[in-house]
Ligand binder design. Structure first.
Ligand code: NAG
Ligand code: NAG
Ligand code: NAG
Length: 971
């Protein structure tokens, strides 16, 4: 098989080793002339490559056929300079599955191999070591296993080596130190063990090193801290120990992202870091660091995220927090997490001057005393305040009520006194309010009834008195728990309690309530736990002894006989502080405890949901297996036996049918999972987990989940959602002609509202869930529209909990190796081994926004010539040619009329005035420019340049307001 020229060929290559690539290829050119079969070898290798592909959902490989020259196959680039030999193999994000052929080693002239985000498995073939010109190798987000291909050590021209998110094992090879051109290396989210070789430190051109999420042990070699070109270095989530070098800020002067959270680091935080003035992200949470933070930390004025949560920092003494004063210089700071340390002292008044972008302020579980400075009310973007578990005193400032974006407020387990400020009722976005275990007195402010998004209201163990205001007990948004136990509340329980239809846990015990328990409590159909005293109702949910837990409420009486409570006699009260004692012992990081609870409930998800479904089917009173079968029957019936007529869509993991429930006749969407599809089961569980824990106006609401067997005895899993009569945004933006779909186009204001809805849903997922959730698949077909065209984000099959952000859980087992998204919407950094991140969702959102207002798909190759994507297409038109790229139907006259109609209510009749309308059109253009700028910013390549979603929402609202003004001026 050896070619006669093989020897001279390798000799030539040896001679040329070290020469620049272009120079090599040019000289090689003449050598190639002697090997006429070179292109045939390439062809053969590619044919073999194709033969190993077993999954190809987009039919990419169909273009790889004999009727087309192989240089024109999808993903293949040949170069004249290499005599028509293949130089690029670029098959990213195509969901190709199979093994990688060893024939790849015959594609001698390859400079680029990009297999990012597919499903290749097996070992990466050693033959890759024959690709001596290789500069770019990216096989991140696949399922390659085994150890790293050692022959890769021959590819000395490699600049980029991305192997993130695979199933690789073994150690990081020492020979990596010989690949001296390497600039970017990602080994993130694999199973690497052993030490980080000190040879990595030989890579003097390295800019980015990602070791995140492995099982590495030992210390970080000091040689790595001497690579002055590094700007991105993360080794979060390993088992590393040791200290940060004292001079690290001088040896890494260019560092922007420096993270080593979730390890066993000890020692102090080096003061030299103050010299690394480009730092944006500094995250060493969950280690064992001691000492204090440098007083003038704020000289790092570019910081956006500062996290030293859960270490042993601070002395517990008075001036521990004096460094906070300097942080007023960090005008871009968004996240400040210093919780679970030993910081003493008081909160300085200077926090009033913190960055207006700050959305997370967490100093929980420290030893902070004094009060909360009223100036905190200036921080208008704050979404989370975590001050629980400190020794804070005095009353809570009214100014908190000014924080219009606040969603989570933790003030529990402190020594606050005085009344609960009624201004908290102004927090229209708040979802969780924790005030328990303080000394609050007076009555519960009725204004809290205005917090229409509240899911948790925790007031136990205070000194509250008076009755529970009807506005509060009737707050129908309450869904997780409402706990007022261990107070001095009195009066009767208002009948409005019946409005708590979504509430899972209601705790009223240890108060002075009197009178009867209203029978309307039976309407709380979601109730899983109820703690109170007195007589148990016998109707509604209380009819069925198995559907409710009353365990531990020894003072209850009455109820249906199956509950085995004694009949009611005269009630006696005997206070017990047991709960308080237990609670304060485990109070440490209450937030983390809650996450644990959430996790637990997640893992138990299927059971309660199915159980709830059962309750809705009055006929199902027999054993479990039968119940599931009945559910299957019910679903079969309601979808007309899964008839084609009822099929309203099919997604990555199954089909969606429309159905009518026999019970109340409500119309639902039933998503039946295709369990043959790899990952579908996992996706089902993921989706249940996510849906279980979240509720938001702009998220698709789940009605129930069904997991069981079908009539043939096969596994069957389905999710039942509320039905969205207006279909998906996809149907509206890109109607398919032959199918019955929308003939009407969406107007400007409708599109803007949809954009705002989706952004709100994302903001909720990212910032206001107990654990941040990344959706991972934002695209038009996952945005569903109800009767009023309000958008609901659906399909949580790919969503990921971001534990790393908020807790100490190992992500290793949780972040699934099947991370995916949809072509055109996947952020580029996922390819470099980047983990799922909220900024990844922002990228997809940016693309979506551009799509909404240009009407063009990101995958529309005809529209964007020369490999340009929608982002560049828009960026090039900004700002002067923006009307050329907006969806033509938005600039047309007729559209204006329609929109005017929409504003009729608000602005009365519209008289046409062409002159004013002309100027209105100029203003419209400004709106378009702003929108495209937001979309372009969100879809910027470097994640750090993407606009935070909270800012997006503010800007979109501003555009909406100025649009309304335009309409006013047109009257
Ligand atoms: C290979 O190159 C030769 C000479 O340029 C050409 O005639 C032949 O068609 C090529 N074969 C393929 C498979 O491209
Ligand atoms: C290409 O590579 C494969 C496996 O590495 C080998 O078996 C084959 O003979 C090589 N040569 C050609 C011309 O395909
Ligand atoms: C990862 O590799 C191990 C063996 O090293 C194997 O048992 C496991 O199934 C692989 N995981 C996946 C998701 O392929």
């Amino acid at each position: 098989m050896n070619h006669p020229c093989a020897n001279s060929k390798s000799l030539l290559l040896q001679v040329l080793n070290g020469c620049l690539l272009l120079c090599m290829i040019l000289i090689k050119d003449s050598a190639i002339a002697a090997i006429p079969t070179g292109n045939e070898t390439d062809l053969q290798a590619l044919v073999h490559f194709k033969s190993k592909i077993v999954e190809d959902p987009f039919n990419t490989m169909s273009s790889w056929n004999g009727s087309i020259n192989h240089c024109n196959w999808i993903g293949i680039t040949c170069s004249n300079i290499s005599n028509g030999r293949v130089t690029h193999l670029s098959l990213e994000q195509l969901r190709l599955g199979g093994t990688l052929t060893p024939f790849i080693g015959n594609l001698t002239f390859l400079t680029t191999v990009n297999l990012l985000n597919n499903s290749f498995h097996g070992e990466f073939p050693q033959e890759v070591g024959r690709l001596l010109y290789l500069q770019y190798l990216n096989f991140s987000i696949n399922n390659f296993g085994g150890s790293f291909p050692s022959n890769l050590s021959h590819c000395t021209n490699l600049r980029v080596l991305a192997a993130g998110l695979n199933n690789l094992t073994g150690t990081i090879p020492t020979w990596i130190g010989n690949l001296s051109s390497l600039s970017r290396v990602s080994f993130g989210l694999n199973n690497f063990i052993g030490r980080i070789p000190h040879e990595v430190g030989l890579l003097s051109s390295l800019t980015s090193l990602v070791l995140y999420g492995n099982y590495l042990t030992g210390t970080v070699p000091s040689s790595i801290y001497n690579i002055s070109s590094l700007y991105y270095f993360t080794f979060t989530q390993n088992h590393l120990h040791g200290t940060l070098p004292a001079d690290v800020g001088f040896t890494l002067p260019n560092i922007q992202v420096f993270a080593g959270a979730v390890n066993n680091l000890t020692g102090s935080v080096p003061a030299s870091l103050l010299n690394a003035s480009k730092l944006e992200i500094l995250d060493f949470s969950l280690n064992g660091l001691t000492g204090t933070l440098p007083k003038n930390l704020g000289v790092l004025y570019r910081l956006t995220r500062l996290s030293f949560e859960h270490n042993r920092l601070g002395t517990g003494k008075t001036d521990d927090l004096s460094f906070l004063d300097s942080l007023v210089n960090c005008t871009a700071l968004q996240v400040l997490r210093l919780g679970v340390n030993n910081f003493g002292g008081v909160l300085p008044k200077s926090i009033a001057n913190f960055s207006s972008q700050l959305h997370t302020f967490a100093l929980n579980s420290n030893r902070i005393h004094g009060n909360i400075p009223a100036g905190i009310g200036n921080l208008a973007n704050l979404a989370l305040i975590g001050l629980e578990g400190n020794e804070l005193t005095s009353s809570v400032p009214d100014a908190l009520g000014r924080l219009q974006n606040l969603q989570l407020l933790y003030l529990n387990v402190n020594k606050f006194s005085g009344r609960i400020p009624s201004s908290l009722g102004n927090l229209s976005l708040i979802t969780k309010l924790f005030l328990e275990e303080n000394n609050f007195e007076g009555s519960i402010p009725s204004s809290l009834g205005n917090c229409q998004k509240l899911l948790v209201l925790s007031l136990y163990s205070n000194k509250l008195s008076g009755t529970i205001p009807t506005e509060v007990i009737g707050l129908s948004s309450l869904a997780i728990y409402f706990d007022v136990s261990y107070n001095a509340l009195s009066g009767t329980l208002p009948v409005e309690v019946s409005k708590l239809r979504n509430l899972a846990e209601l705790v009223l015990s240890e108060n002075n309530f009197s009178g009867v328990i209203p029978s309307s409590l039976g309407s709380c159909i979601s109730l899983e736990k109820l703690h109170l005293q007195g007589e148990i109702p016998k109707n509604g949910i209380f009819k069925n002894a198995t559907s409710i837990s009353l365990y531990g409420n020894i003072k209850l009486c009455g109820g249906v006989s199956e509950l085995n409570f004694p009949p009611c006699t005269i009630r006696k009260r005997k206070a017990s502080r047991l709960r308080k004692l237990v609670a304060s012992k485990v109070a440490i990081p209450i937030a983390i405890a809650l996450i644990l609870l959430l996790l637990l409930s997640c893992f138990l998800t299927l059971f309660p949901i199915v159980k709830r479904a059962k309750r809705k089917t009055p006929t199902s009173t027999t054993g479990n297996a039968l119940d599931l079968e009945i559910s299957y029957s019910e679903i079969t019936k309601c979808t007309g036996g899964f008839s084609q007529d009822n099929l309203i869509g099919s997604g990555s993991f199954g089909s969606v049918y429309k159905g009518t429930l026999s019970g109340d006749g409500s119309i639902v969407a039933v998503k039946v999972l295709n369990l043959q599809q790899r990952g579908a089961s996992r996706s089902f569980i993921d989706e249940c987990h996510v849906l279980r824990s979240i509720r938001h106006r702009n998220l698709l609401k789940i009605i129930t989940a069904i997991s069981g067997v079908d009539h043939q005895g096969n596994d069957f899993k389905a999710l039942v959602f509320e039905y969205m009569p207006n279909g998906s945004l996809e149907d509206w933006l890109h109607p398919v002609n032959n199918v019955q779909t929308q003939t009407k186009k969406l107007t400007f204001i409708q599109r803007l509202n949809i954009a705002i809805d989706v952004a709100c849903a994302l903001e909720y997922l990212h910032h206001f869930c107990e654990t941040p959730i990344v959706h991972c698949d934002i695209k038009p077909s996952n945005v569903l529209l109800d009767n009023d065209l309000v958008a609901h984000v659906g399909d949580f099959g790919l969503a990921t909990f971001l534990f790393e952000e908020s807790s100490k859980f190992s992500t290793q087992s949780v972040i699934s190796a099947s991370l995916r998204g949809s072509i055109g919407y996947i952020p580029p950094e996922y390819g470099m081994g980047g983990k799922p991140s909220t900024l990844g969702d922002v990228y997809s959102y940016g693309i979506l926004l551009l799509e909404i207002f240009t009407g063009k798909r990101p995958t529309d190759e005809e529209a964007f010539e020369g490999g340009m994507g929608i982002h560049q297409f828009v960026a090039m038109a900004l700002p002067n040619r923006v009307t050329d790229i907006v969806d033509p139907s938005l600039v047309s006259e007729q559209d204006f009329d329609e929109e005017n109609q929409e504003f009729e209510d608000e602005e009365k009749a519209i008289r046409k005035n062409y002159e004013i309308e002309a100027s209105a059109k100029g203003l419209m253009e400004d709106c378009f420019v702003s929108l495209m700028e937001i979309g372009a910013s969100c879809s910027a390549n470097p994640p750090s340049e993407r606009m935070p979603i909270t800012v997006v929402i503010n800007k979109l609202h501003a555009i909406k307001n100025s649009f309304k003004k335009i309409k006013h001026s047109a009257i």
